[in-house]
Design a protein around this ligand. Sequence first.
Ligand code: ADP
Ligand code: X2W
Length: 294
Amino acid sequence: MLEAIAKADTLIEAMGWIRRFRGKTTVIKLGGSVLDDDNALLHILLDVIFMETVGMKPVVVHGGGKAINRALAEANVEPQFIQGRRYTDDMTLDVVRRVLAGDVNRHLTEEIERLGGRAMNLSVHTTNVLFGERLKLETGEDLGHVGKVTEVDRDVIEGLLYTDQVPIIPSMCEDRDGNLYNVNADTAAMAVAQALGAEKLVFLSDVNGVRLDKDDPNTIIHSLSEAKARELIASGHIAEGMIPKVEACLETLDRGVGKVHIIDGRLRHSLLLEIYTSEGVGTELFREPPTATA
Ligand SMILES: Nc1ncnc2c1ncn2[C@@H]1O[C@H](COP(=O)(O)OP(=O)(O)O)[C@@H](O)[C@H]1O
Ligand SMILES: CC(=O)N[C@@H](CCC(=O)OP(=O)(O)O)C(=O)O
């Protein structure tokens, strides 16, 4: 009996948070690292279903870099990255379309349905909602079929949210002529969060947050200002895959998304802990208010 009462207490405690976020959109970015961990993924998807059940509006944008690497290895193709983006030739684009917009996208959708939630896959194989153009690097290097999102079909996404379905969106886009592009999933999530004016954008990765020393979890920075983040990128403390993630966070804050977090997808219920506890988990990025001039 006491145990049941404690459970009821927990529900009552959560009521304030549930009220606060009911009807608000949260964009959740799932990266290759958590997509590859079945146990972590199970608990993330349960959290997503819980959010949807209590009236929040979760939208999932996903990558699948590791699954793409595996499929390329089977075809004896060595992955090639330029400034954190995958060089994407015709053959690689076919793999990205099959693996990311096909297998991974379908798997996530089917898992949510299997666990009792409702989800809809919005990919280039079904209904595409991400439109864009070829990405040109300032250095002039050619990335092949790599794109950036310039337009998001809000109506389709909001239509699903209205009918309590979780949209599942892979990081590919299409241009006006029907050409397909491979998009970095962090930047795709950023574009979706901006277009929807999301309350929150949460990146689920395989680290506990942004760290001062990338190999030491104890050096996590819980609250990171824009100026400090830029300093850490310039000094090399923020490196590799964390660079596009932090840059996407900063650009998102510039465009009116309420809160941006990088959290550990392997920590059980990290998504719920982020939303329903005052301390939160992981790293929250923020912009300093403009300093008043005399
Ligand atoms: N300062 C840092 N703090 C935390 N992680 C960092 C940092 N600098 C580089 N990283 C690396 O960034 C990785 C996360 O980026 P990435 O592998 O692209 O994740 P995902 O697949 O989840 O998108 C971490 O596993 C870590 O190795
Ligand atoms: C252009 C580009 O680099 N696209 C990425 C898209 C997937 C991705 O970003 O996946 P993660 O989030 O798992 O890293 C790629 O081909 O790997």
